[in-house]
Design a protein around this ligand. Sequence first.
Ligand code: ADP
Ligand code: MG
Ligand code: MG
Ligand code: MG
Length: 402
Amino acid sequence: MPSAYHPLTEEEAVQYVRSKLPGFFPSDAQLFSREIGDGNLNLVFRVVDASTGRSLILKQALPYARVVGESWPLTLDRARIESEALKVQGKLAPGLVPRVYHSDEDLALTVMEDCSDHIILRKGLIARKRYPRLAEHMAEFLARTLFFTSDLYLSPEEKKARVRRFINPEMCKITEDLVFSHPYYDADTNSFNPLIREDVEAVWKDGDLRREVAKLKESFMTCGQALIHGDLHTGSVMVTEQDTKVIDPEFAYYGPMGFDVGAFLANLFLSYASHEGQTADSEERAAYRQWLLRTAEDVWNGFLERFCRLWDEHVKDEMWSAPGYRDAYILRLLQDSAGFAGCKMMRRVIGLAPVADLETIEPPEVRAVAERQALRIGAQLVLRRGEMRCIGDITELVRREG
Ligand code: ADP
Ligand code: MG
Ligand code: MG
Ligand code: MG
């Protein structure tokens, strides 16, 4: 740990901002600071000038995982990764991530744009809110950040230099354990609704499923396709009706593109399953579910259109231009996305770190129905990913199993 490092207090966050960003607030401004982090790992301070309303966010990594406590040490280097990833993403997808004002490797912090006029997408989805521009924004974010950081666009030398800057072994290990390993055997970290024990044990005994998850795990560990966000669930997206901001890329590394696409789709499908229990009125539930699946389709189709356009405009390599290669690449990406989405769904039901969509359903008997749906959809996405030819095949599977 760098010797300068210590976790800031609310008061120190104000002093820090005054000294490092002297022009941001008037020097005589009365600043208020509050720690608002609801995440699992970090401190998040919001600093506000009461008289003008001008504000910023200071996010600082802790040297351990906040959810678990000091017994689970965690690298501070993730703050550097997050800052660098936000800058890369901000260049490639302007306006779709918070602007970075300042970063500090020693204190493991990033000072950034305050998006508090937005809400966390997961909360919006639980409340059955609709976001008409969400799909196009996510399609844009995914297509541009993934394409421009891949070998499709960068020279092999530049690409490998970037891979080196985004080696993120400790954060990857969390995903390797919590997404791709622990949910598939009786691991200590698992925690699930006791009412679905039989369904969970069926997962642990399903050799076909475990073999397919193992393949996806290997792909996560070895496929350095693009700079991916690495944690693109609906708690990492903030929204208003008209605007979208992707936050929290501390898991970023060079990995398979389908892991980001799949993470976002998985969280729409988890919301789909959760409304089994969240929404009693069957007409309202059906209508909202239709919006969720439509959004999933629009994300993929918008992504596809943009990705193909970027490919046709920028891909110069003789081999990447081989006949049929673009379409084969995209089909593989669709199938990877389905498989990763399936893993991301199952881990939220069986493993550590549940999602509020499911967790807030009462009573547990009703929650169990939604959780079983999520498990079924997840398992089928993993097992049948090779049969998927278009996004409609995926949403059809969700409808059938849900
Ligand atoms: P963690 O890595 O600990 O999950 P996040 O980056 O997800 O931390 O931030 C935790 C919470 O802090 C978010 O859910 C959101 O409520 C708030 N937050 C984070 N960044 C911003 C921001 N730029 N603007 C407004 N709120 C933010
Ligand atoms: Mg977060
Ligand atoms: Mg759980
Ligand atoms: Mg995080």
